[in-house]
Design a protein around this ligand. Structure first.
Ligand SMILES: Nc1nc2c(ncn2[C@@H]2O[C@H](COP(=O)(O)OP(=O)(O)OP(=O)(O)O)[C@@H](O)[C@H]2O)c(=O)[nH]1
Ligand SMILES: [Mg+2]
Length: 285
């Protein structure tokens, strides 16, 4: 069985940084993982690890923009359509990795996740190729500084979950920027850059919108805000795991959740003593 972690989320949420850190963490845990770059606009120098598979070897955004005269967003859609028409390329590139994690770093155009049919089609193709896929959706901790922005992040995560229909985990990235004390000069506008206030955001409390509405005392959006509160109460699909890349425990906890969500290793047979190699139990040697 092969496993794919589809790393999605808005621009700058920390997808590429998380992909690299997860790969490093897998390596230190003596597990195999490979990086797949699906961002046709990625800068080569932005990767700490050379991607094992790179969409830019099939098609690059720069070429599409130069040769077809598209802008960056239309160009991206063209690149994904081209990828879907050339799934045999991906199939060949995937080769026969077995029991490995393939970490797929996606582009940051939000519309790709919320309403385009391109990623759902890609996920179906991955499933056809025998990959079990888990979506990991990142929004960054700064979103918690503005409640309206935060709820737009919650709604985008929800649309992506509904659009892609795969096992799913939402992460609140860049938690190292959330400080332990309210006296921190960098604390946010809502004063929520305090760890003790974060729980209401990790498990979104829709009443936070009501609080924001009272603060701004703008009744214009009352009916809309009520509808959003109702939607989140009726469909409590979204909650976030905190991701702090400065902490190994945080990464380990996220990896455990991904393993559990994808039922990693469930189909593996226990090794027979005869199958074991030198080095399987280094601590006993
Ligand atoms: N403090 C902090 N900064 C981070 C973290 N993760 C990423 N960043 C910074 O956030 C910026 C964007 O990170 P990327 O990993 O490139 O984000 P991305 O989601 O891949 O961005 P796009 O591919 O452009 O959509 C960079 O300047 C990173 O250094 C984090 O955990 N903590
Ligand atoms: Mg990126």
């Amino acid at each position: 069985m092969r496993y794919a972690v589809l790393v999605c989320g808005p621009a700058g949420a920390g997808k590429s940084t998380f992909s690299t850190s997860l790969l490093t963490h897998l390596h230190t845990s003596k597990r195999t993982g490979h990086l797949i770059n699906l961002d046709p606009a990625a800068e080569t120098e932005s990767f700490e690890y050379q991607p094992t598979i790179d969409i830019r070897h099939l098609i690059s955004l720069e070429d599409v923009m130069d040769e077809l005269g598209y802008g960056p967003n239309g160009g991206l859609v063209y690149c994904f359509e081209y990828l879907l028409q050339n799934m045999d390329w991906l199939e060949e590139e995937l080769g026969d990795f077995d029991n490995d994690y393939l970490i797929i770093d996606c582009p940051g155009q939000i519309e790709l996740y919320t309403h385009h049919p391109l990623l759902p089609a890609l996920v179906q193709n991955l499933s056809r190729l025998g990959l079990r896929t888990c979506g990991v959706y990142l929004i960054e901790s700064q979103f918690m500084e503005d409640r309206y922005k935060f709820f737009s992040g919650v709604m985008s995560a929800m649309s992506a979950m509904v659009n892609l229909e795969i096992p799913w985990i939402n992460l609140m990235s860049k938690m190292d920027l959330v400080s332990g004390t309210s006296a921190d000069p960098a604390r946010g506008r809502n004063g929520i850059r305090k760890r003790k206030d974060v729980a209401r955001y990790l498990d979104p409390d829709p009443l936070l919108i009501v609080g924001a509405e009272q603060e701004t005392s703008n009744p214009r959006f009352h009916a809309l805000n009520q509808a959003i509160v109702q939607l989140i109460e009726d469909h409590p699909l979204v909650s976030f795991l905190p991701l702090d890349l400065t902490s190994e425990e945080s990464l380990e906890s996220v990896l455990n959740h991904i393993d559990f969500t994808m039922q990693y290793g469930e189909e593996e047979e226990p090794k027979e003593p005869a199958d074991m190699d030198d080095g399987d139990f280094p601590e006993m040697e």
